[in-house]
Write a protein that binds this ligand. Structure first.
Ligand SMILES: [Fe+2]
Length: 439
């Protein structure tokens, strides 16, 4: 699956280290893209910080200039740009690896995608966990075959009344009542009303499972003309290398819908670990992507054939002084990588999205995050069905007490002000009737 290195558009790494493999990092959101057009990463193992530094010097000698640098706990990240070309490079201290990206699939430069705006007096920023109908029994599908027990969706209402949409729930959670309620909600919080457009400044996708996007697609099938979609931020492994047909099929369908409704003007960013992206007053720092979990001998993702949930993005969002830990659906291998690479200070957050609907035993990570506010994309009964989940809840409650919110119980909005985080919005879930599985 390795692409011919001579086809690379970036200067080659020529240092002498123990190993070098190429990894197919996938496409942006292009449904028809052939495997030979996928973007690639070279991973060098047995490397030290000097290899990162000397490759950066080589880029500068080749006419590039540094446009972004980051240092998270001794892990170093750099973006180098020259005219239309850009090279992203990072060094991971714990594994002694340097990664070099020939990211040919992000459609705009990072500096164009990022759009910082400071909040003005009187404007507000609110983070919402969106209520989703789920099985109250806490099982995946209840006796009537009508409810699921997963799906996830968050919305950040920005100061300029646009939104960051995070994931989008499952198609089975978006019956007509849910669609109507979510539309009413979005019209209200953005002040778009019944006739105005709702501006999605960024649709952030944690990973490629359909319980994280097919619900909002079902909404868009009915109402896409009410929306403007400016950006999509994701990093999903190639559909060409995905050998589980349902996932690849759902992703191609998703990409096709987005292109057909919103065209090619949508800016797409395949974000990498260490990047900091500003969307309005919110800053997103990426801590993990599937590119961090590549076998140094085979150049293949360690998890794509095992637990696909480990191919998701993990990031910390700075929202009005609150740190929101967005974990997607990760499992223990990603927990281990995060604990290995980052300090307690980096992982400590105010708000936590509990990973994979609390199915996965990653409470060692939660002990580091120590969140005083917890969002769980699950029903309460779903948290008590196994000893692992009961144990996880104990760890979460140690830090959050009663500040634990379940997606099936409704939409919850929180904001910060004067250093205090507080609930400013609550509404019950409206939908839940079975209307078919298609989207
Ligand atoms: Fe999920």
């Amino acid at each position: 699956m390795n692409r011919d290195i001579s086809a690379w558009t970036v200067p080659a790494y020529e240092g002498t280290c123990s190993g070098k493999v190429n990894y197919d990092i996938g496409q942006g959101i292009d449904p028809e893209q052939d495997v030979c057009n996928d973007a690639y990463m070279t991973m060098i193992s047995g490397a030290g910080i000097q290899d990162f530094v000397s490759y950066g010097k080589k880029l500068i000698e080749s006419g590039y200039s540094v446009s972004f640098e980051n240092d998270i706990d001794g892990n170093r990240f750099g973006l180098y740009e020259k005219e239309k070309q850009s090279v992203y490079v990072y060094y991971t201290a714990s594994t002694g690896t340097v990664r070099i990206f020939d990211d040919t699939v992000s459609t705009v430069k990072r500096s164009v995608f990022s759009s910082k705006r400071c909040r003005l007096e009187g404007e507000t920023t609110v983070l919402y966990q969106i209520g989703l109908p789920m099985s109250e029994e806490g099982t995946n599908i209840n006796i009537n075959g009508k409810r699921i027990n997963y799906g996830m969706m968050y919305v950040i209402k920005l100061a300029d009344n646009s939104i960051i949409l995070i994931d989008g729930g499952h198609s089975m959670q978006f019956d007509d009542a849910q669609i109507r309620q979510v539309m009413d909600f979005l019209e209200q919080i953005t002040s778009a009303g019944k006739n105005g457009k709702i501006r999605i400044a960024c649709w952030y996708l944690t990973h490629g499972h359909d319980d994280h996007f097919s619900g909002f697609i079902r909404l868009l099938e009915k109402c896409h003309d009410r929306f403007i979609l400016e950006r999509v931020m994701c990093n999903i492994p190639s559909v060409n290398t995905n050998d589980y047909p349902p996932v690849a099929k759902a992703l191609r369908k998703f990409y096709t819908y987005i292109r057909s409704w919103f065209g090619t003007d949508v800016m797409v960013l395949k974000c990498h670990t260490g990047e900091k992206i500003d969307i309005g007053e919110v800053s997103i720092e990426v801590l993990y992507t599937h590119e961090d979990d590549v076998d140094p001998s085979t150049g293949l993702n360690m998890e794509q054939k095992g637990d696909y949930n480990n191919t998701g993005i993990v990031s910390v969002l700075m929202i009005d002084g609150m740190r929101f830990f967005l974990s997607g659906d990760i499992n223990t291998p990603v927990q281990d990588i995060l604990l290995r690479n980052y300090s307690e200070k980096t992982l400590k957050c105010d708000i936590l999205q509990v990973a994979h609907h609390i199915f996965n035993p990653v409470s060692r990570l939660y002990s580091r995050v120590r969140a005083s506010w917890v969002f769980i994309p699950q029903s309460p009964n779903g948290t008590v069905r196994t000893p692992d989940r009961i144990e996880t809840m104990k760890v979460l409650r140690q830090h959050a007490g009663e500040n634990v919110f379940f997606a099936n119980e409704g939409t919850t909005g929180i904001t910060a002000g004067d250093g205090d985080i507080r609930v400013v919005y609550s509404a019950p879930v409206a939908g839940g009737d079975y209307e078919g599985w298609e989207w």
